[in-house]
Structures are given as structure tokens and as C-alpha cells.
Design a protein around this ligand. Structure first.
Ligand code: T3D
Length: 263
């Protein structure tokens, strides 16, 4: 389905979705969010898609909520942010975390507000040296959303997360890497190639098991050890019944490279 506010193409098992409203730093208005949710659902349903890659057009990754949409200079401002967050941002986070396929964010520039949260909800964040992360919410009297209060303290600890959220300072890609917030930093010219090559290598991997691993990581955020051991046993049972496992172990014994199908 053609979209107006994002680009989407699938090749070599990777669906690349590019947020495409560069004039407003790819900030989310409702029509772009609807298109984005459609792409996440499609990524979940399509056997052809084995990895999702998210990036931004132009100089930014995403500047969060389009503030003109919720606060038009000559129109009625949005009153019910709770309903808006439930309708737009929560389904995006649930969609990404619930997608049983790896998701890579290629952060090409600034990621602010819900845009920063979106990047951090992904399984891997590869950032250009030009990228930065801003918990911008406090600067306009809002609170962090789109999962930031869940993910960020788990990534960097409460002290650093509190500072980022309360101070709203810009965190450079290098600092984010140092803090363990993101996976890798690359030169701006190399970002597209590196992120695509990386996503393609994930897509060729045993994606059935990667999806189950993601489920386990999600569960570990709230389980105790016993519950986690139980679900590891269950999901290892599922992995052991997969075609990918049979292929992986056969390839090992035959001393060849496995050809995984993600099943
Ligand atoms: O339910 C709800 O809606 C609540 C949910 C909220 C979730 C959120 O995400 S709240 C946080 C919203 N985002 C922000 O507060 C960030 C706002 N943007 C900025 O602080 C800065 O733009 C940046 C630090 C991200 C980048 O600064 P800079 O100097 O590189 O660029 P700029 O000049 O500020 O922005 C360039 C253009 O993009 C500019 O338009 P212009 O002047 O060229 O016509 C600017 O207005 C526009 N823009 C940037 N961010 C947004 C935006 N327009 C609308 N909404 C934006 N979020």
C-alpha cells in the first residue's frame, strides 16, 4: 500500500521503513502514525519480512509528537493526551516489542521525545555520529511516554535515566554508546550501508529463535527467576521443534553454512 508520510520497501528479508516528514524532523502526526502502525502489522504478518529496519528521512530520526497537530496556532488544541497516547504511541511500542522478529533503528539524526522512545523500543540501535537522543518532554511540561520510563532505566540505570528525563539534555550518540543505551555508532556516510548489512544478516539468521529470544527478554522485565526458567524451558521446546533448529544442527554436523527459513 503506498504511503504519504513514510517510505517502505522490502528486500533480502528486511523491511525498511523511513519516516518521511523531514520538514518537521519526521515528527508524528496521526496520519503518519496510522501508516507506521500498518507497516508494523504487515511486518508481523508477512513471511517475507524477517527483520524490520526503521530510519528517518533528512537530518533527523524523529522529533516525537508533531506539536502543531496537538496545538495548532489557529485551531483547537488536543485536550485528551491520555487517549491520544493510548491510540497512537502505546500500539506502536506494543507492536515493536511484540513483533517476533528483530527490529533495528538506524538513527540518522536527532531523536527527541517519543522519537527517542521509539528508537529505544527497538532491539538494536545503530546511530550515526550525528545522532542525538533527547528526552524532550520535560522541556514542554509533559512526562516521558512511549515506553521511555520502562526502557530507559533498564538500559542506563535510574540515576542516568532520571537526569535525562528531568533535565531533557541532549545525549550524543557517543555518550549513549558509553552508557549502554545503544548498540553501535558509525560514521554518517556509513549508516545506511552498515544498518542494512546488519539487518540483512539478522534476516538470514535463525529468526524463529530470535523472535523467541525477544519474547524471553520482554518477559524477563517482570518475571522472577523461577518463572523465567519455566518460560525458557517452554520456548526452548518450541525452538527445538523448529525447522531452523533442524537445519542449524544438520549444517553444523555437515560442516556447512546453515540456510535458515525463520520457521
Ligand atoms: O498525546 C500527545 O500528543 C502527547 C505525547 C507526546 C509525545 C512527545 O513526543 S512530546 C515531545 C515532542 N517533541 C519535542 O518537544 C521536540 C521538539 N523539537 C525540538 O526540541 C527541536 O526541534 C529538536 C531539538 C528536536 C531539533 O532542534 P533543531 O534546532 O535541530 O531543529 P528546529 O529548528 O527546532 O526544527 C526544525 C523544524 O522542525 C522547525 O520548523 P521550521 O521552523 O523549519 O518551520 C520545527 O518547528 C520543526 N519541528 C521540530 N520538532 C517538531 C517540529 N514541528 C512540530 N513538532 C515537533 N515535535
Amino acid at each position: 500500500m503506498p504511503h504519504r508520510f513514510l517510505q517502505s520497501e522490502t528486500a533480502a528479508g528486511v523491511k525498511r521503513v523511513t519516516l518521511d516528514r523531514p520538514d518537521v524532523l519526521n515528527s508524528f502526526h496521526t496520519p503518519m502514525a496510522v501508516e507506521f502502525l500498518h507497516e508494523i502489522r504487515h511486518a508481523a504478518e508477512s513471511d517475507e519480512v524477517r527483520c524490520l529496519l526503521i530510519t528517518g528521512a533528512g537530518r533527523a530520526f524523529c522529533a516525537g509528537q508533531d506539536l502543531e497537530e496537538v496545538h495548532p496556532p489557529d485551531g483547537e488544541r488536543l485536550e485528551d493526551f491520555a487517549a491520544h497516547v493510548r491510540k497512537v504511541y502505546n500500539p506502536i511500542v506494543r507492536g515493536i516489542r511484540g513483533l517476533q522478529k528483530p527490529v533495528v533503528a538506524a538513527v540518522n539524526g536527532v531523536a527527541a521525545g517519543a522519537g527517542a522512545s521509539l528508537a529505544l523500543a527497538c532491539d538494536f540501535v545503530i546511530a550515526s555520529t550525528k545522532a542525538s537522543f533527547i528526552q524532550a518532554f520535560s522541556k514542554i511540561g509533559l512526562i516521558p511516554d512511549t515506553g521511555a520510563t520502562f526502557v530507559l532505566p533498564r538500559l542506563v540505570g535510574t540515576a542516568q535515566a532520571t537526569a535525562m528525563m528531568m533535565l531533557g539534555e541532549k545525549v550524543s550518540a557517543g555518550r549513549a554508546l558509553e552508557l549502554g543505551m545503544i548498540y553501535r555508532v558509525v560514521e554518517p556516510d556509513a549508516l545506511v550501508t552498515e544498518a542494512t548489512t546488519f539487518a540483512e544478516s539478522l534476516a538470514q539468521g535463525a529468526t524463529h529463535a530470535l523472535g523467541l529470544t525477544k519474547r524471553l527478554l520482554n518477559e524477563s522485565a517482570h518475571n522472577d527467576l523461577d518463572a523465567q526458567l519455566e518460560i525458557e524451558a517452554d520456548l526452548q521446546g518450541a525452538a527445538g521443534r523448529s525447522e531452523d533448529y533442524l537445519e542449524g544442527v544438520r549444517a553444523f554436523l555437515e560442516k556447512r553454512t546453515p540456510v535458515f527459513k525463520g520457521r
